[in-house]
Design a protein around this ligand. Structure first.
Ligand code: URA
Length: 425
């Protein structure tokens, strides 16, 4: 095979053969196909698309560049969730222990935040002592002992994706459904979970801004999972406004612990319970009800054991920011919108996220909301509190928040999309 022939074929809208796909993915991972050649191919894929057959083969070729994990020794059905990324999306934190408390095992390889969206590992790392890196044997040990493990993926899990994702990030080729779907699903299939629930976010704070493209991404990923023998379903969920009342690392851990204590914001509880039921159903486990596991302390018990198993102290106080600034409601009325993207950018600029890979994040930085869309507010009441260790960061966070919320006259009715928009699979 020849890289230029493969690029030309996709440029001219031909379907790539299985042999071409296997070769180009493997040769790129080994450094035989150059970055500039893969960039051209990624752009041709973005512009001309791929058939379902091509996407399935591409995903499989990416999986075969690394190892596929095996949890047959765990003794319980495995099930996992993947979110396409949002603002305030801390759902994995209450969800994984809840599902484990209900009888399934959750082997979650998770990621870090980039840009305005948060990452689960960054959140958990705000717990003193907690470690994201585990060997495969350690992962199996935590999974056996506690029923849930959330940790970083090793370098041998779909290495083609690590290289290709970094390249897409700098070549304007992230936003291609075949490439997003194969990137996410290669990692989740290689992770070895038996069942998978995809939380595909829709709205300003998400990758997919409209329901049609979110549905296409969800259908593509469900087909890939099902074709690879993973029982896969997807929910399309609202990301026009942040989930819960916090966006930031330690702030989101605090809120997750509230949910695990039987309290917490209604939307976080609702989505946790809904996703937990889907994960258990996909795994064929019909034991305890997730809503009960949050109320009776059994999910909290798993959380404490899973945090301790990775070196964390579940009783330690979480870091608090050195500086805070509270934004007040400008008028009496109804909060009709609070934009997820702008809140996410503000949290990022306050130090909760990174602008370059491998940059450290501030554990305590972020945004705390005092009202959600639909709430009545009074002039001068707190609307948001910004948290950071570096006050010089406030200015750029204020800029990000310009136009982030609307307080409409009393009696106004906001047009709020439902939390769960659709289910696919
Ligand atoms: N998340 C991924 O892992 N890959 C993508 O391409 C997009 C989001």
């Amino acid at each position: 095979f020849d890289a230029v022939d493969v690029i030309r074929a996709k440029r001219d809208r031909d379907e790539l053969s299985d042999g071409q796909i296997d070769w180009v993915v493997d040769a790129y991972t080994r450094g035989v196909v150059a970055d500039e050649q893969m960039s051209a191919l990624a752009m041709a894929i973005l512009l001309n698309g791929m058939s379902r057959r091509e996407i399935a083969r591409w995903t499989d070729a990416m999986i075969r560049t690394g190892r596929r994990m095996d949890w047959s020794g765990v003794g319980r059905p495995t099930t996992d969730k993947h979110s396409t990324g949002g603002v305030g999306d801390k759902i994995t934190l209450p969800l994984a222990p809840t599902v484990a408390a209900c009888g399934a095992a959750v082997p979650q390889l998770s990621g870090r935040g980039l840009g305005h969206t948060g990452g689960t590992l960054d959140k958990l790392e705000s717990i003193p002592g907690w470690r994201a890196s585990l060997s495969a044997d350690q992962m199996l040990g935590v999974l056996r002992d506690t029923g849930a493990v959330v940790c970083a993926a090793g370098d041998d899990l779909a290495p083609a994706d690590k290289k290709l994702y970094a390249l897409r990030d700098v070549t304007g080729t992230v936003e291609a459904i075949p490439l997003i779907a194969s990137s996410i699903m290669s990692k989740k299939i290689a992770e070895g979970t038996g069942a998978l629930v995809l939380d595909v976010k829709v709205g300003s704070g998400a990758f997919m801004k409209d329901v049609e493209s979110a549905r296409e991404l969800a259908e593509t990923m469900v087909a890939l999972g099902t074709g690879a023998g993973v029982r896969t379903v997807a929910l399309l969920t609202n990301m026009e406004t942040p989930l819960g009342l916090t966006a930031g690392n330690a702030l989101e851990v605090r809120e997750s612990v509230e949910v695990l204590s039987g309290g917490g914001p209604a939307d976080v509880v609702e989505l946790t319970v809904r996703l937990a039921r889907e994960m258990l159903a996909a795994a064929g486990v019909d034991g305890a009800d997730p809503a009960d596991a949050l109320k009776d302390g059994s999910a909290m018990d798993v959380w404490r054991r899973m945090i301790s198993a990775q070196g964390g102290d579940p009783d330690a106080s979480l870091p608090a920011a050195r500086e805070t600034h509270t934004v007040l409601a400008p008028a009496d009325g109804v909060l009709t919108s609070l934009d997820a993207y702008r809140v996410g950018v503000a949290a990022w600029r306050l130090g909760a996220g990174r602008t370059r890979k491998d940059e450290p994040v501030q554990a305590a930085a972020g945004v705390e909301l005092h009202a959600k869309p639909g709430a009545a507010v009074r002039a001068g009441e707190p609307l948001l509190t910004l948290h950071t260790d570096e006050p010089a960061r406030f200015e750029r966070a204020f800029e990000a928040l310009s136009g982030a919320f609307v307080v409409a006259p009393e009696g106004s009715r906001p047009d709020l999309p439902p939390l769960v928009i659709d289910r696919i699979g």
